[in-house]
Write a protein that binds this ligand. Structure first.
Ligand code: F0G
Length: 450
């Protein structure tokens, strides 16, 4: 298998290494499947030079602030603005960027009251250019794909990765191949991949089947894989935590809660927290917790039934299709960040997801179903006493409301969980009326009373 060179022009090999998460083997290059040549486990990017010449937290904080005033593309990107903690490029113009990141941190007062915490925030990654958190990782990985000279990039996806990859490939002048499970991703996500010009294959399998096939494909064909097994993706996704802490004046919340699917995002956010702590940006580590859908609860079961020592696969089923994943690739990385930050792992039911999604929507924010597991999970963690009634919490909303309109419409029309009492007062079905003033006024009066 041909190695992916990191010593080509544009990449300074001394700046970072690939480190195996199991045996610790350190290499300057990685093979196309991003697996350790010694033991086959996943790789992560490490920065050995930080040991002797750690970047100074104080001066980086002011550099990052100054870059906000710049009109350079790399400075306007909410990912590359933090490039000092990312794999180095020697030519900043090489970054393939859509000005990703820069996402808002919203306060959610009603959801705070509902869940029983004093302050609750949403870091809304659905406000990224293609509508999900994937863009923050994709800008870095697509940049390195292009630097390595690849013409084709590929991914397996539940929809958001493919939308993001197709966009960044197009921006970077590369072609893209998408493998998605047939009938199991939302039309909005599929339509994005088509519009951005991907070769889109709907495979008669689930996400896990698509990912397995992709891993075989990259060993045979010169395509660069852009799933979150690719450690460059996780480096970009780290910037969510950097940006969040900057927004909070470097006073971290007590808890950060993320949805768990293939477990790349939780691993990336956890890696960032640990690095920021080690480098002296923050004094206290927020606890990072992962929430899964009950029907796709591989990590929950792995921790409860195997003490986090071996993966328990599940046959995944959930209407939150973004996290319909039964064999999460980054489970070991996620177990590590849960253990080191002291976070929890919880599961929630389909009805709890629908309720939480409507509650977030009612605050004028909105998100896709997979993101809403965070609020549903928070309610459980408060009831269990894991999140205390005086603690601050940030939910990571991973995808935009418009990513899955079918779910939202089915919910409000009463077609989802029709018998569940708690949901009925959240439903806002559209009404069909005669086009008369009387009819509209009656609808208004009826709504006033409800
Ligand atoms: N939320 C959304 C909206 C997602 O699209 C995903 C994953 C997750 C949460 C879970 O993140 O996999 O890093 O644990 N979507 C992938 C995709 C798998 O193909 O779009 P994770």
């Amino acid at each position: 298998m041909s190695p992916l060179s990191t010593s080509r022009p544009g990449v300074r090999p001394s700046e970072f290494h690939f480190r195996c998460i199991s045996c610790g083997d350190l290499k300057r290059t990685a093979s196309q499947d991003f697996r350790c040549a010694q033991c086959g486990d996943l790789l992560e990017i490490s920065y050995p030079t930080w040991k002797d010449s750690a970047p100074s937290a104080g001066s980086l904080k002011s550099t990052w602030r100054e870059r906000r005033l710049s009109s350079k593309a790399v400075d306007q990107s909410g990912v590359w603005r933090f490039r000092d903690l990312l794999p180095a490029l020697d030519d900043e113009n090489q970054a393939v960027t859509l000005r990703e990141g820069n996402t808002p941190l919203y306060e959610l007062p009603q959801c705070a009251r509902i869940s029983g915490v004093p302050r609750l925030f949403a870091k809304h990654q659905g406000m990224n250019p293609t509508g999900s958190f994937k863009d923050t990782g994709m800008t870095v990985a697509a940049t390195f794909a292009r630097r390595a000279g690849f013409e084709w990039v590929a991914c397996a996806s539940t929809g958001n990765t493919s939308a993001s990859m197709a966009a960044y490939a197009a921006r970077g002048g590369m072609r893209s191949l998408v493998l998605v499970p047939e009938g199991k991703i939302s039309w909005s996500k599929l339509s994005q991949a088509l519009d951005y010009g991907a070769v889109t294959c709907q495979l008669r399998t689930d996400f896990d089947g698509c990912l397995k096939l992709l891993q075989e494909l990259v060993r045979r064909a010169p395509v660069y894989q852009l799933n979150s097994i690719n450690p460059f993706r996780l480096e970009g996704q780290k910037t969510l935590a950097i940006e969040l802490l900057e927004q909070l004046d470097w006073e971290g919340p007590d808890h950060i809660i993320v949805p768990g699917g293939n477990l790349g995002n939780s691993s990336a956010i956890g890696k960032a927290l640990l690095e920021l702590h080690e480098l002296g940006f923050i004094k206290r580590l927020p606890k990072l917790s992962v929430i899964q859908a009950e029907g796709a609860n591989a990590l929950v079961r792995t921790l409860r039934e195997a003490g986090g020592k071996r993966l328990i696969n599940v046959a995944a089923e959930t209407r939150a299709t973004a996290i319909r994943i039964g064999n999460p690739a980054s489970w070991k990385k996620a177990v590590h960040v849960l253990e080191t930050t002291g976070g929890a792992c919880e599961q929630v039911t389909e009805a709890e997801i629908a309720q939480a999604k409507a509650e977030i929507g009612a605050e004028g924010i909105g998100c896709e179903p997979a993101s809403a597991v965070t609020l549903a999970g928070l309610k459980r963690l408060v009831k269990q006493g894991f999140v205390k009634s005086n603690e601050s919490v940030v939910l990571v909303l991973t995808g935009n409301l418009l990513k899955d309109p079918d779910f939202t419409i089915d919910f409000h029309r009463g077609e989802l969980f029709p018998g569940v009492e708690a949901l009925s007062k959240l439903r806002r079905p559209p009404v069909v009326l005669d086009a008369t003033l009387d009819a509209v006024i009656r609808a208004l009066e009826k709504a006033e009373k409800s």
